[in-house]
Design a protein around this ligand. Structure first.
Ligand code: ADP
Ligand code: MG
Length: 406
């Protein structure tokens, strides 16, 4: 589902209070009864509430549930998006919404702007979006899934990602700047770079390769394993290095420009501690992902074996950095939250896509956008409780090229 922010400027503060009421009610009601919505929104006088409900339902921010035992509504992903956007807007984090640049399996990536005009990235976590494969294997589970769980799990993913990005950034790692988190969304700085996946040639594959391996080891030194360290989650910034000749030359453009490549790591909802029971598996998977990619794409094979998990552990024990896994736990993303999220992600097949790719035999690099193809948007399972499904296509069309401010 794409974000369609167009209607947000037509919503009144009353509408937002009612929307918040539905959200609050959704925490423990699959279908929120209308009288409860009125009560939770704290509005006096019935007619205002009913007008707001009908407005919100028309805009697909809430959906009426007809065949329930009682009359009621549920929050849709669109409704949750608007609540988060409204909060970001109030806190002056986001001023306007631009184009969607990515549709992942578990997130939407949207360019937004700050009031100053500078561009930022809004990442919307959508843990309820299930691929065809996992729908089949998890049918039973999905039947019992309620609105509360996709809202809660998507929020946990956003909280976790934000907490890790912050800790990493503060400790000198090359990651985007985390700016804000609200509900299932985070706002971060926009990195003006392409994913490694889209880079056809690098001047010095050995250099970049060893920099990436160093990054994996450095993460381990701080107690962490990324868990999805692959060509989609490494953005490559090209930083021009002016040569001596360039500096002297009148016309610098005539000279060959030299670039230094700087990898920037993104996508942290699946990070694990170096003490995790499957730490070694995740570590090896991260290392092998890069090894395989460099071999396939740049025909580069390193002379050095490893690094192995034992190497990483050695560095970690001999010269430990701050325990960022522990720091994140202390910051409010508790161990229980981590466990809940991990179990859910495993169940819906969302614990990193590196493993999946192991089985793919596609060799061609079409430079396509991650997840822009098949299973994420095509099939919506019938029990999906909170998606305005009928409107998905419509809203995606409307978003093209949309520039909205409110
Ligand atoms: P997912 O969890 O869906 O894989 P990611 O965080 O990996 O989401 O983002 C998906 C894609 O969106 C990335 O591959 C990248 O192209 C783009 N992207 C994400 N964050 C940024 C950012 N801060 N700056 C620029 N592009 C980004
Ligand atoms: Mg990713």
């Amino acid at each position: 589902m794409k974000l369609d922010a167009k209607a947000i400027r037509y919503l009144t503060s009353e509408d937002f209070r009612v929307l918040q009421g539905v959200e609050a009610g959704s925490r423990n009601h699959e279908v929120v009864p209308t009288p409860l919505i009125a009560q939770l929104s704290g509005l006096r006088g019935g007619s205002g509430v009913h007008r707001a409900i009908s407005n919100l339902a028309k805009t697909n921010l809430i959906a009426k549930v007809k065949n329930a035992k009682y009359d009621g509504y549920r929050l849709t992903y669109g409704g949750l998006d608007y609540l988060a956007l409204n909060a970001h807007q109030k806190q002056k984090v986001v001023y306007s919404v631009g184009n969607q640049i990515g549709v992942g399996k578990e997130s939407d990536i949207v360019v937004v702007a700050h009031g100053s005009g500078s561009q930022r990235i809004l990442k919307i976590h959508r843990l309820g979006r299930i691929s065809f494969r996992t729908v089949k294997t998890n049918r039973d589970y999905l039947r019992h899934r309620n609105t509360g769980s996709w809202m809660y799990m998507s929020r946990l993913a956003a909280m976790k990602e934000f907490a890790f990005m912050k800790a990493l950034r503060e400790n000198g790692f090359s990651v985007p700047e985390p700016i804000a988190q609200n509900r299932h969304t985070i706002v971060m700085s926009l990195i003006d770079a392409f994913p490694l996946r889209q880079i056809a040639k690098v001047p010095n594959p050995a250099g970049l390769y060893s920099e990436l391996m160093d990054m994996i080891i450095e993460l381990a030194r701080f107690g962490l394993i990324h868990g999805d360290f692959n060509e989609f989650n490494i953005l490559i910034k090209e930083i021009p290095i002016p040569s001596e000749k360039d500096k002297e030359a009148e016309n610098a453009e005539a000279e060959e420009e030299n670039y230094r490549l700087e990898p920037v790591l993104i996508d942290f909802p699946q990070m694990v501690s170096i003490d995790h029971v499957n730490a070694e598996m995740y570590f090896d998977r991260d290392v092998n992902c890069i090894k395989r990619y460099f071999q396939r794409k740049f025909h580069f094979v390193s002379d050095a074996p490893g690094p192995s998990f034992a190497d990483a552990k050695k560095v970690f024990l001999k010269n430990p950095g701050k325990r960022l896994d522990v720091e994140v736990e202390a910051s409010g993303f508790s161990r229980k939250m981590a466990r809940d999220l991990e179990n859910y992600m495993k169940e819906v097949g969302a614990d990193g896509d590196a493993g999946e790719r192991d089985n793919e035999d596609e060799e061609e690099d079409e430079d396509e956008e991650e997840g822009s193809g098949s299973d994420s948007e095509e099939v919506q399972e019938d029990e999906q409780p909170a998606r305005a499904d009928a409107d998905v296509d419509e809203s995606s069309k409307r978003l093209e090229g949309l520039q909205v401010s409110w």
